[in-house]
Design a protein around this ligand. Structure first.
Ligand SMILES: Cc1cc2nc3c(=O)[nH]c(=O)nc-3n(C[C@H](O)[C@H](O)[C@H](O)COP(=O)(O)O)c2cc1C
Length: 356
């Protein structure tokens, strides 16, 4: 029993779609809670006007009846409201009539730091729009929708996940210089029982799985669990979290391991941090090469965020929630949500630990 998410959708195409399978039946989902997370992803200092234009809302086409999951695949859709301006340019079928609206002219000016050149070479695209439409972080709307569903499942067993910004470059200065900035975000999960993930193989390790989930988000170039890179410079006596026992059970007074040892959650808060590079689309473009002429040229300038660090904190929260929910499904199983909750309860009875 595991959760799976398959997604499709271009940034300015008709919609983003996702199929989320592996949910138990009877899980209550709130449309407003999913939409609230979609709105959080769109907000934040430094984002482009597109975010006001869109106001994402989730549609559910299957797997849900009267707000409760059916135990069958959940089909999610987030429409791209901006598509109305791109109907010709992003028409899935050969468009009728004369070109109109946006996206009608091929783009041949790859942006350093974006997927444009790599995608053009790999797939043979002569119009880099064919790459950027999917490489763009627009698809993280679906990650966030699925993450909101995962959070509802995790809440059933007392797990809460939250993403926050740790640091961010100076946006006002960057904007004035027509530049971009990155930053660091952190996702924290409370109430995670010991025992999610495993040391048995590298594919099972919870730290590896969380790192892959977070590194899978556009523009993330570094991930650490707990004190991460800092541990490399410390002595063992200061790096490791000593073990104590009191009336609540076994616990630690420090959490430099970020809640994971041996690829297994240890009952402390799970803490994952991600470093985001500065966004590649600059209003003062970097040097590039025109793929049509082979001549030096300036990279594409297109409406873009100055920073998306706050948005990343929401996407990282969703990604960590999804991976934890996946690990929890593997451990506790259950076709009905009650079975899942009962298995979690029975497990907690067995071990000397209680959530703090
Ligand atoms: C939430 C979010 C919003 C983003 N917005 C932009 C943007 O407006 N402009 C841009 O150039 N890159 C943006 N990016 C980053 C690019 O999508 C990313 O750098 C690009 O796809 C290349 O992938 P890579 O950085 O992982 O190598 C955003 C990333 C995230 C997570």
């Amino acid at each position: 029993m595991t959760l799976k998410l398959a997604t499709a959708g271009e940034s300015h195409g008709p919609a983003l779609v996702g199929i989320l399978s592996g949910l138990p039946a009877g899980l209550v989902l709130e449309r407003d809670a999913i939409d609230a997370d979609l709105a959080r992803r769109q907000q934040g200092y430094g984002r482009s006007p597109r975010q006001q234009l869109e106001q994402d809302r989730v549609e559910v086409l299957a797997g849900l009846r009267h707000g409760r999951t059916l135990g069958t695949p959940l089909a999610l859709v987030v429409h791209n409201r901006d598509h109305k301006n791109w109907e010709w340019g992003m028409s899935p079928w050969r468009p009728d009539g004369d070109p109109s609206g946006k996206g009608t002219k091929p783009i041949t000016l790859p942006r350093p730091g974006h997927a444009d050149l790599a995608g053009a070479l790999k797939f043979g695209h002569t119009d880099t729009r064919n790459t950027l439409e999917r490489a763009s972080a627009r698809q993280t709307a679906l990650t966030v929708a699925a993450g909101a569903v995962a959070k509802a499942l995790l809440r059933e067993i007392g797990i809460e996940v939250e993403g926050v910004v740790v640091t961010m470059g100076n946006i006002d200065e960057a904007k004035a210089d027509r530049d971009t900035v990155g930053g660091i975000v952190e996702a924290r999960a409370r109430g995670v029982p010991p025992g999610l993930g495993s040391y048995a193989t590298k594919d099972d390790r919870l730290d590896a799985r969380l790192a892959a989930a977070v590194m899978g988000i556009q523009a993330v170039k570094g991930v650490e669990v707990g004190a991460g890179f800092e541990l490399a410079g410390q002595r063992g006596s200061e790096a490791h979290d000593e073990i104590f026992k009191d009336e609540r059970g076994i616990h630690r007074e420090t959490n430099r391991a970020g809640g994971i040892e041996g690829g297994v959650s240890n009952g402390e808060e799970v803490v994952v941090r991600a470093a985001m590079k500065p966004l590649p689309t600059l209003m003062r473009p970097l040097r590039s090469v025109d793929l049509e002429t082979g001549e030096p040229a300036e990279a594409l300038v297109e409406r873009s965020d100055v920073a998306a660090v706050e948005a990343l904190s929401v996407v990282a929260e969703a990604s960590v929630a999804f991976e934890l929910a996946r690990a929890a499904r593997e451990k506790f199983g259950g076709d009905a949500v009650g079975d899942f909750v009962a298995a979690h309860g029975a497990y907690l009875e067995r071990i000397p630990w209680s959530a703090r």
